[in-house]
Each structure stands twice: as structure tokens, then as C-alpha cells.
Design a protein around this ligand. Structure first.
Ligand SMILES: Cc1cc2nc3c(=O)[nH]c(=O)nc-3n(C[C@H](O)[C@H](O)[C@H](O)COP(=O)(O)OP(=O)(O)OC[C@H]3O[C@@H](n4cnc5c(N)ncnc54)[C@H](O)[C@@H]3O)c2cc1C
Length: 498
């Protein structure tokens, strides 16, 4: 997409023209076509990036808020849920690995997306709605003036100029321009996670003839499609994803907790990634003929962080620019959805003349509380038990059951109003937050005790939990209740006091 001549002044300047920034601009212009919106995007074309698996909330956002179903069906893949593979020292092949996942196809839509294509599409739609898109434009500095006009220093090639705007939307992702500039950026020291990833060629077809002939009973145990799920390889302190992309490449990467995992010290990132993953029987079998695409190998430390302030009179931070938790369960684009929806509401209200102070305070309070509780409820110390089938089985049913019944069902029941309340910010969600924090903490304690005893992987071979799939019906609470019962029995068996 070519850049247009840039005005020196606008109503809203959006820093970052990827999914979050382009969607915010597009939604603002859909409601108020008269707004002058400028999008500053550093790259001249979007490359591939992580953030390829949607879950149910972000899929709702893409299909029913942005209206991109047609585009998604033509250029991306329908996702078939989550699938987890566990191994112990005796597991030799994929078929030996214990498995958790759906037995059939998923029942609520979600997608495996190629971000280079999706982000370009949304940016084009924002431009068609009236946004001025500046490619190759780097926002270097923002001078914030609460209640006044914000000034952005923009570099385009050798040229530096100034753009002023009443509102700035920081959608700069991991770069977190405003948070870093203003000293609001905080690494999440309680969650020292790192990731290495790449797009790969030659990953085996999970549902193809080769693996079915090699492992007929394994192939027959499942009646959907394993390959278009997000397949997870699981180990103590780490997990890896395999996400297929339309056209045949596969996104494969690992995330690990630095406190638990020693990442190989020698070799290129690509070779370390392959060596690490091939130590797992499922990784060995799926990746034996595969190689990472050379120019598309990445490494990132300190994945988790947040900004202590996410809005003020004249600016709002959305998506990764406001904070990032953990990619396990793919919550990134859900967080993106909630922040974008609320940022749009905040700016439109202010443009309409409502004093923004109350909404700004609510934006700061809600997203700070949501980040902290989301982290506490799901991710704190979770990597302790990720390699243990028996504990993950309980967590999977409880975490997903709570997500389906409490979070993902909301937009389907209440429309866009269900996207205005970030997780764990409403009164009815607080007891659920406490329950989740409690069982996740206990599972981590049990895992530590098992590890100290030299055990914990006794069910990692030969087990299969294949569920019919969650829906928003009350009957989906049944597996959740079953998992609670399993947890209490486990506590009795392994003594409450561990
Ligand atoms: C290892 C890993 C795996 C993940 N997996 C998933 C997943 O499966 N599902 C999921 O939902 N999420 C996932 N995420 C999170 C997901 O990648 C992000 O939440 C998502 O990409 C955020 O989109 P964004 O538009 O906010 O930011 P980005 O996609 O990072 O875009 C930021 C944009 O801002 C531009 N920019 C930056 N600085 C400037 C500047 N100064 N001036 C102008 N432009 C600028 C950049 O060029 C870029 O286009 C994962 C994250 C990680 C780290």
C-alpha cells in the first residue's frame, strides 16, 4: 500500500498499522467518517508475525465486529481447537504420547491466520474508510499535553516532521512506544518467559496417510482433524505450538520459563529450536523432515510486561502496547479486542464532547485489574505443571470451561456489549477469578511436590482425553464439575498439606 501525503494535523493519530492500530482506526471511521485519522506504520509491508491463532472472543471480533468472515474463509484456516501432547522417558513415538483435545471438529469458530495477510487487509479497509496511511513512517517521540493537542515526531527516511493530533492511539505492539518513553513500562518479574519461533516448511501432515499407516490405532482414535488445531508439545517448564497456515507453512515455536528450563547454549536459534523440540517424541515425528525458513527465525526474552498507565486525556494504549501476559491459550488477540473496543468508545465519547475523565479512569482501572487478575488466575507458576498430563487435564477443563461459560459466551449472548468488559472486571467474575487463582496455585504446588519426589509424569504415556467440545450450553459446565471433583480427589490422594 502506497503512502499518501501526510497532513500536519489530525483528530486521531494511530501509531502502528498492524491489527490493533488498523482495527481501531477502521472502527472509529465506521462510526464517525468525518474524523481525520492518520495511521503511522513503520514497515512498508507487513511481514509474518506471531499471533496466528485466534480463540473464540477474537474470532467473534474478526467475524462479527469487523465483518471479515469472507476474507478469513478465503485466506486463512478454520482452527480446530487446542490439542496437547505429553511424553515420559519411555514414550518413543507420537502414538505413545498422552493426548488432550477435541474428539470431533470445534463447535464455535476460531481461525489460524497469516498475520501478514490479515494485517494488510485490515489496514486497506481502514484506508478505504478514510484513514490516511503513512508507510515507512516511524513515530519517534510523542509530546503529551493532557487535554490539549499531542505532538508526534515522525521520521520517514531521512525526513523528520511533526504531526499534531487531539488523540494518540499507541498500537505499536511490543515496542510500547509511550510506555517506554514515559517510564510506565514494567517487566513482569514474576513470569520470566522467553520464546523462540519460526515459520517452517515440511512439517508432516497430522491427518495424512504416512502417520495413519504408521499408527493406525492412533489415527482411528480421533474423528475430526488434528492438523488444523493448535497442537502443543508439553514439557516441565515449557510448551511449544504448531499452527498451520494456509499455503502449507507451519508456525512452530517454544515458550519456556527461565527458572525451570535450560535453553541449549550452542548453535543458531533455528538449530537450537529444532534440537529442543525433537527431544519430544511428537516433535521428532512431525518435524523430522522439516526446517525453519531461514529469514523467519525469531527470539524474544521477557515476554510478559505491562504499562502502569494505559490512558489519559489525549492518548490511549491498545493491545500489546498496553501489556502482554503469555501466549499459552492464545489470549493476545482477546486482549487486543477488549482494548480496541474500549479505546474506540473512549475516543468517540470525548469527540462527542463528554468530559473524558471518568472513562479514562475506568480504562486505567479495568485494564490494570484485568491484567493482574488474568495473570494470577491462569499464568502465575503455571509452567510448573505444564509437563504433567494429569494436572493439565484438570486445568484444561477448568480454564476452558470458565472461559467458555464466563468470557467467550458474552459477545454471543450480548453482542458488542460483551466485548466492553475485560475479563475479571465485573462483580460476578470475581468469585470465578478467586476459584481459578486457587486451583491453578494448588496445581503448581502439587507439581512442585511431585517433581521433588521424582514423580509427576505417570500418566504422560498412553492416555487420551478426547472431549466432544465446549459450547455455550449449560451442559458445558459438566466437564468443569468433573474436573473440580478430580482436583479434590487428587488433593486427598496427595495430601492437602503439600
Ligand atoms: C511467542 C508469541 C506467540 C503468540 N501467539 C499468539 C497467538 O497464537 N494468538 C494470539 O492471539 N496472540 C498471540 N501472541 C500475541 C500477539 O502476537 C499480539 O497480541 C498481537 O500481535 C498484537 O498485535 P498489535 O497490532 O497490537 O501489535 P503488532 O502486531 O506487534 O503491531 C505493532 C505495529 O506497530 C508498528 N510500530 C511499532 N513501533 C512503531 C513506531 N514507533 N512507529 C510506527 N509504527 C510502529 C510495527 O511495525 C507493527 O506493525 C503471541 C505473542 C508471542 C510473543
Amino acid at each position: 500500500m502506497a503512502s499518501e501525503p501526510c497532513p500536519s494535523s489530525c483528530d486521531v493519530a494511530v501509531i502502528g498499522g498492524s491489527l490493533a492500530g488498523a482495527a481501531t482506526a477502521w472502527l472509529l471511521l465506521r462510526d464517525r467518517p468525518e474524523l481525520r485519522v492518520v495511521i503511522l506504520e513503520r514497515t512498508v509491508s507487513h511481514g509474518r508475525k506471531v499471533g496466528e491463532a485466534t480463540v473464540e472472543v477474537s474470532a467473534y471480533f474478526l467475524t462479527r465486529v469487523l465483518g471479515l468472515n469472507d476474507h478469513l474463509q478465503h485466506h486463512h484456516l478454520m482452527k480446530q481447537g487446542l490439542r496437547f501432547w505429553f511424553a515420559d522417558d519411555q514414550a518413543r513415538t507420537l502414538a505413545d504420547c498422552s493426548e488432550i483435545g477435541g474428539k470431533f471438529l470445534s463447535r464455535v469458530p476460531s481461525f489460524q491466520i497469516d498475520r501478514a495477510i490479515l494485517d494488510e487487509e485490515i489496514l486497506a479497509r481502514a484506508a478505504a474508510a478514510g484513514a490516511t496511511v503513512q508507510r515507512g513512517a516511524v513515530a519517534q517521540k510523542v509530546e503529551l499535553r493532557p487535554g490539549g493537542r499531542q505532538t508526534i515526531t515522525v521520521r520517514e527516511g531521512d525526513e523528520v516532521r511533526v504531526l499534531d493530533a487531539r488523540w494518540v492511539v499507541d498500537a505499536s505492539g511490543f515496542a510500547s512506544l509511550l510506555a517506554r518513553q514515559e517510564g510506565w513500562h514494567r517487566a513482569n518479574e514474576d513470569h520470566p518467559t522467553c520464546s523462540a519461533w519460526a515459520r517452517w516448511r515440511g512439517v508432516k501432515d497430522w491427518d495424512g496417510l504416512e502417520l495413519a499407516r504408521r499408527h493406525p490405532a492412533w489415527a482411528a482414535a480421533h474423528q475430526g482433524l488434528r492438523g488444523t488445531a493448535t497442537n502443543h508439545l508439553m514439557g516441565r517448564g515449557w510448551w511449544a505450538w504448531m499452527i498451520p497456515l494456509r499455503g502449507g507453512d507451519t508456525s512452530v515455536g517454544v515458550v519456556f520459563d527461565e527458572r525451570i528450563v535450560s535453553w541449549p547454549a550452542e548453535g543458531s536459534i533455528a538449530s537450537r529450536l529444532k534440537t529442543f523440540l525433537c527431544a519430544h517424541p511428537a516433535g521428532r515425528e512431525l518435524l523430522e523432515d522439516a526446517e525453519p525458513i531461514e529469514a523467519d527465525v525469531h527470539w524474544r526474552k521477557h515476554l510478559a510486561y505491562r504499562s502502569t498507565q494505559v490512558a489519559g486525556d489525549g492518548f490511549v494504549l491498545v493491545s500489546d502496547a498496553a501489556g502482554f501476559l503469555d501466549p499459552f491459550y492464545s489470549p493476545g488477540m482477546d486482549w487486543l479486542t477488549f482494548t480496541v473496543m474500549r479505546a474506540k468508545e473512549l475516543i468517540l465519547n470525548a469527540v462527542d464532547g463528554d468530559p473524558p475523565a471518568a472513562m479514562i479512569a475506568r480504562y486505567n482501572d479495568d485494564f490494570t485489574a484485568s491484567y493482574d487478575r488474568w495473570f494470577d488466575a491462569i499464568y502465575r507458576d503455571k509452567y510448573e505443571y505444564l509437563g504433567d498430563f494429569e494436572l493439565v487435564r484438570i486445568a484444561f477443563l477448568l480454564d476452558l470451561g470458565c472461559y467458555y461459560l464466563g468470557v467467550a459466551s458474552q459477545p454471543y449472548r450480548r453482542g458488542e456489549a460483551g466485548l466492553m468488559e475485560p475479563p475479571f472486571t465485573t462483580r460476578p467474575s470475581i468469585p470465578v477469578y478467586r476459584l481459578m487463582r486457587w486451583y491453578n496455585r494448588r496445581l503448581a504446588v502439587l507439581a512442585r511436590a511431585r517433581h521433588a519426589r521424582g514423580g509427576g509424569r505417570s500418566m504422560n504415556r498412553g492416555q487420551r482425553l478426547l472431549i466432544p467440545g465446549f459450547t455455550f450450553a449449560p451442559s458445558s459446565a459438566r466437564p468443569l464439575l468433573g474436573a473440580l471433583a478430580r482436583w479434590f480427589l487428587l488433593e486427598l490422594r496427595e495430601r492437602w498439606g503439600t
